[in-house]
Design a protein around this ligand. Structure first.
Ligand code: BTN
Length: 323
């Protein structure tokens, strides 16, 4: 569309660009330039206009839309095919539809607001507008279903590292992939897959990041938090989205390069994992208390039960609770 070509030109220019110059470069009339500027302003872009000098784009700080998110993303695959929605039921649901009709690896669905955001174990994930990053990323690894759960850990590790680097806040991981800041949950990840017995068709990593949430309902206030609540600062979401995608791409590449092994990421994961060397409650059919000895290269939890026997706990099958 015309307005985005005008936007691209203004982006490339440091100072002012006259209406005449824009018109010439895009082979459109000055009236069309004026109209495009008006539309961009309506979308929230601040464009300064000075007589005899022309137009100048004031750097958009917190614009969060498809055009903005596509600009400046330093990845080869992750997020290169990107769809933004102002409102959706769930980004995981929408991405699943796209995946079933052949969307390529790295496709990202992102929403300003979700009406039916889903959490793990059938829970609801509150996803208000202007407060967080609600996004789902499509992966098409050639792996057996048993191995897919390490992608959950990979996504968690990458997200934790990216957020810590961008915000300076410490990020820890509660196995398998809750991200905690100062002991409270700040990111949730819901990984879903489509597969047959021996082959994964695709994996959807649904990531929810509480960014500028100002408060949580009383029942969540003690366990949930946001970047804003931990730092007192409002964060613009675009650089965070980019940082997360760039980290995931880096780790995913390392995973593929090592023959689909999580071993290369294990040390970094162990360092951030608060579940390691702790007493936990393994929840399942018959819950029990155990001590966490290690995380295996397959991303499972190796625990020692109170009777001394060891057991391997798979993510997805059971969940754990600190004791
Ligand atoms: C959890 O329970 O911790 C997982 C929460 C996952 C929430 C994200 S938000 C984007 C994506 N779409 C969803 O419906 N859920 C995930």
């Amino acid at each position: 569309i015309q307005m985005y070509r005008v936007l691209a030109l203004l982006r490339q220019t440091d100072g002012f660009l006259s209406g005449e110059e824009i018109g010439k470069q895009l082979s459109i009339s000055r009236a069309a330039v004026w109209k495009a500027i008006g539309k961009l302003r309506e979308e929230g872009y601040e464009i300064e206009a000075v007589t005899k000098k022309g137009y100048r784009l004031c750097t958009p700080q917190n614009l969060y839309n498809e055009q903005e998110l596509k600009t400046g993303l330093q990845t080869k695959v992750m997020g290169q095919n990107l769809a933004f929605f102002t409102e959706l039921d769930s980004t995981n649901n929408r991405l699943r539809e796209l995946a079933l009709t052949g969307a390529p690896e790295g496709t990202l669905v992102i929403a300003e607001k979700q009406n039916a955001g889903r959490g793990r174990r059938g829970r609801v994930w509150t996803s208000e507008a202007d407060s967080g990053i609600w996004m789902s990323l499509l992966l098409r690894p050639e792996i057996v279903p048993e191995k897919a759960s390490v992608l959950t850990l990979l996504a968690g590790l990458a997200t934790a590292e990216a957020l810590e680097a961008e915000t300076g806040l410490p990020m820890e991981i509660k196995w398998p992939n809750d991200i905690l800041c100062h002991g409270k949950k700040i990111v949730g990840i819901l990984t879903e897959m489509d597969c047959e017995m021996t082959q994964v068709h695709f994996v959807i990593a649904g990531i929810g990041i509480n960014v500028n949430t100002k408060s949580f309902p009383p029942e969540l206030a003690d366990i949930a938090t946001s970047l804003y609540l931990e730092s007192g600062k409002v964060f613009s979401r675009k650089p965070l989205v980019h940082a997360v995608l760039e980290k995931i791409e880096q780790h995913y590449q390392a995973f593929l390069d090592s023959g689909n092994s999580f071993a290369v990421l294990l040390e970094a994961y162990r360092k951030r994992c608060v579940t390691l060397h702790k007493q936990v409650q393994v929840l399942g059919q018959s819950p029990y208390t155990a001590y966490v000895l290690d995380i295996t290269p397959e991303g499972e939890l190796l625990v020692q039960k109170e009777d001394g026997t060891q057991e391997v706990v798979y993510s997805g099958e059971v969940s754990i609770r600190g004791v």
